[in-house]
Write a protein that binds this ligand. Sequence first.
Ligand SMILES: Cc1cc2nc3c(=O)[nH]c(=O)nc-3n(C[C@H](O)[C@H](O)[C@H](O)COP(=O)(O)O)c2cc1C
Length: 191
Amino acid sequence: MKAVVVCGSPRVKGNTQMILETACDVLKENGVDTELVLLHNKFIKPCIACEKCKQLKDRTCSIKDDDFHPVLEKIIGADAFIIGSPVYFGCATSQTTSLLHRAGYVARQNNNFLKGKVGGPVVVARRAGQNFTYAQLVFFFTINEMIVPGSTYWNIAFGRKKGEVVEDEEGMDTVRTFAANVAGLLYKIKQ
Ligand SMILES: Cc1cc2nc3c(=O)[nH]c(=O)nc-3n(C[C@H](O)[C@H](O)[C@H](O)COP(=O)(O)O)c2cc1C
C-alpha cells in the first residue's frame, strides 16, 4: 500500500511540513509505503479552464511546462493521498489549490481516478481560519469520491514561526490518530 503526502507550503521545513512528517512516520510505522512531496520547490500553474482535458482523456492536463504531472503521477499511483496546507487569509495556499484544481478536473475527465483513495487534509495556522481551510479541502476529497477517515478532532494545528506546531500537542496527536486511521482503513478496504 502506498501513500503520497503533499505539503502545500512555500516554506521549507515549516509547520505544515513538520506535522506532515509526523503523519508520514505513523503511516510508515503502520506498514504503508509513504512519500512526502514538497511543493515549495515546484511550480504548478493554476487551472486555466481550457477544458482540453475533456478531449485529451489521457490523465493529463494541457499545461505541460511546469511540475504538475510528476506530482499527479504520484497521486495516481497511491492508495492514500494527504494534502497539508498553511492557512493564508482564511484559505489554502495557491500552491495547494493549483494542484487540486488541476488534479481534480483531470480526474473527473478520466473515470474519476481519485475515487476510492483514502486520505484528507491537514491544516496549520497561526491563529484562525483552520476550520474554513479544512472544510475547503475536505470538499475536494468528497466531491471526488474519496474516503476521509476522522480523528479525535479535525486535522488542524496552531503555529506561526517554523517549528511552533510541535508545541500544539493536541494538534499533533490529532494528526497522528488521523494517519493511523488512514492506514487502518487502507488495510480494511484492501484485504
Ligand atoms: C500570506 C500569509 C497569510 C496568512 N494568513 C493567515 C490566516 O489567515 N490565519 C492565520 O491564523 N495565520 C495566517 N498566516 C500564518 C501561517 O498560517 C502560519 O505561519 C503557518 O504556520 C505557516 O505554515 P508553514 O510554516 O507550513 O508555512 C498567514 C501567513 C502568510 C505568509
